[in-house]
Write a protein that binds this ligand. Structure first.
Ligand code: AMP
Ligand code: ZN
Length: 134
């Protein structure tokens, strides 16, 4: 994709801090890290988001996510780690090339990945469950 920043990074046309690379994916440090070691796992082949990936491609990327998360855990010794993946502008996606955020978490860090979670009505959940599965 001509104007895609992550395609350019994957092709080596734009510099990045690469912490992992194989034939399918690269992993780079996020330029605006929310925490120490905030890393993006990016497939080399352009796909806008999760829905543009085949099941097999998604599964191959997830293997790399697992590997890189392990690498971060081993090297940085975080107390936890968030995986975050945004699809679409409404979900906060700003770079329209699929990527997974791996965010190491440290006890008492100031990272805020939270949202309001009101208790749902059981009937509402039941109807929604039907809507999704029927
Ligand atoms: P998202 O909001 O999920 O689309 O996340 C895009 C992420 O890409 C943001 O966290 C940005 O800080 C990060 N980002 C954008 N440009 C670069 C770049 N050139 N190198 C590394 N990270 C980048
Ligand atoms: Zn791209």
């Amino acid at each position: 994709m001509a104007d895609c920043i992550f395609c350019k990074i994957a092709a080596g046309e734009i510099p990045s801090h690469k912490v992992y690379e194989d034939e399918t994916c690269i992993a780079i440090l996020d330029v605006c890290p929310v925490a120490k070691g905030h890393t993006l796992i990016i497939p080399k082949k352009h796909a806008e988001n999760l829905f543009a990936l085949s099941e097999e491609e998604a599964s191959e990327i997830m293997k790399r996510v697992h590997h890189v998360a392990g690498q971060l855990k081993e090297r940085l010794h975080p107390d936890g780690l968030n995986l975050v993946q945004n699809n679409g502008e409404a979900a906060g996606q700003t770079v329209m090339h699929f990527h997974m955020h791996a965010i190491p978490r440290f006890a008492n860090d100031d990272v805020k990945i939270n949202w309001h979670m009101p208790q749902a009505d059981q009937e509402v959940l039941s109807a929604l469950c039907k809507e999704i599965t029927a």
